[in-house]
Design a protein around this ligand. Structure first.
Ligand code: NAD
Length: 362
């Protein structure tokens, strides 16, 4: 029976529309092959929304997203809007979207593809086979804790304050996403904290340990964040799934991503307790190459695969997209950012065509 899905497309700015066009073409053909009917609705976000409406996240966009089964986002931002006040800058649209949809879990895979191993700055033997998923808490911790601000003390000195805070329920809900994610992978979860120094981390470790009793099939370990950073570059293959708070996750997910060496290849997913998730590449709007048909669309295409796997529960369709990406790389097709000697240099559109050809071959 045909499954129907409403997908909100947010192409955004810069290379966004170019890479989104490729992902939509891929989804259309995947829809035909897996009996999935996608109803696409495009909406404005970021600079494009500011230009059209004066706001980075018009309420109509948020409403459209809320009524959909999943949101596929490209990227926002660009030089044109850099001097605007922070509450009406493109980035405010992204934060508003996350808050508006209650997205508290950010999933960032870092997988080394054998064809791109030389793009990593680390030695082949260290990174070969790396396949890590970082699950980062997105709406709590030190980025949102109160009190926050810059205050003046009685002696007239300025004092900057942020507060790292997690409640048991916040820890438990991100913990559940992490255990479920680890279950779908190799069944290993490493929780990262700073429990030797921070009380908030002691509570984190305690709750995650208690929660593990409900997931006896997942092997749980703990690391302090400084050691985790070290282990990520020393022996990254020991990791399968990592769960951590907002600040540590922000830093560790970028470090893990860079093991792969290529920002144009990295997708991500942001999920809430219910309602649609948002699926987007890790990279930004790349204004330096926008409109030149030079962008790598593969992170966007892999974000569509994550949407199928984690947002719509269609793992076979997701597998098919990931295999097609693997295959175009295998046949030597490359965009400029991942180009190496002896490979075929393609533009964004031609990379999309190569993917479609592979998908049509079946
Ligand atoms: P960026 O990720 O846009 O670009 C960094 C470098 O990587 C650039 O040289 C760019 O050309 C290259 N690059 C990025 N994606 C690529 C792709 N798919 N194919 C080929 N090359 C690619 O980061 P930046 O330059 O720091 O930021 C540019 C704008 O994007 C800013 O306005 C920033 O605020 C915004 N931004 C948005 C997001 C988002 O939408 N989630 C994330 C990061 C930055």
């Amino acid at each position: 029976m045909t499954q129907n899905y409403r997908i909100t497309l947010l192409p955004g700015d810069g290379i966004g529309p170019e890479i989104m066009a490729v992902a939509v073409d891929v989804l259309k053909i995947i829809g035909q092959q897996f009996d999935l009917q996608f109803e696409f609705q495009e909406a404005l976000i970021g600079g494009a929304a500011i230009d059209a409406t004066g706001e980075p996240l018009p309420s109509t966009t948020l409403d459209t997203c809320r009524q959909s089964d999943a949101v596929l986002l490209a990227a926002i931002g660009g030089y044109k809007w850099d001097s605007l006040p922070s509450n009406i800058r493109p980035e405010a649209g992204l934060l508003g979207l996350r808050a508006g949809l209650g997205l508290f879990a950010n999933l960032r895979p870092a997988q080394i593809l054998p064809q791109l191993i030389d793009a990593s700055t680390l030695k082949r033997e260290v990174v070969e086979g790396v396949d890590i998923m970082v699950v980062r808490e997105l709406t709590g911790g030190i980025y949102f804790g109160k009190p926050k601000g810059i205050f003046t003390t009685d002696t007239g000195e300025k004092r900057g304050v942020n507060t790292m805070v997690y409640t048991e329920s916040e820890i438990e809900r991100i913990g559940r996403v992490a255990f479920e994610t680890a279950r779908k992978r190799k069944g290993k979860l490493c929780s990262v904290d700073k429990a030797n120094v921070l009380e908030v981390s002691q509570l984190w470790r305690d709750r995650i340990t208690k929660l593990s009793q409900e997931y006896p099939d997942v092997e749980l370990s703990h690391l302090y964040v400084d050691n985790a950073a070290m282990q990520l570059v020393r022996a990254p293959k020991q990791f399968d799934t990592i769960v951590t708070g907002n600040l540590f996750g922000d830093i560790l997910s970028d470090a893990a991503a860079m093991l792969t060496g290529s920002i144009g290849m990295l997708p991500s997913a942001s999920l809430g307790a219910s309602g649609p998730g948002v699926f987007e590449p890790v990279h930004g709007s790349a204004p330096d190459i926008a409109g030149q048909d030079k962008a790598n669309p593969l992170a966007q295409v892999l974000s569509a695969a994550m949407m199928l796997r984690y947002g719509l529960d269609q793992p076979k369709a997701a597998d098919r997209i990931e295999q097609a990406v693997f295959q175009v790389l295998e046949q030597g097709d490359r965009t400029g950012d991942i180009m190496s000697l002896g490979k075929n240099l393609l533009g964004c559109r031609a990379m999309g065509d190569a993917l479609i050809k592979v998908l049509e071959e079946k």
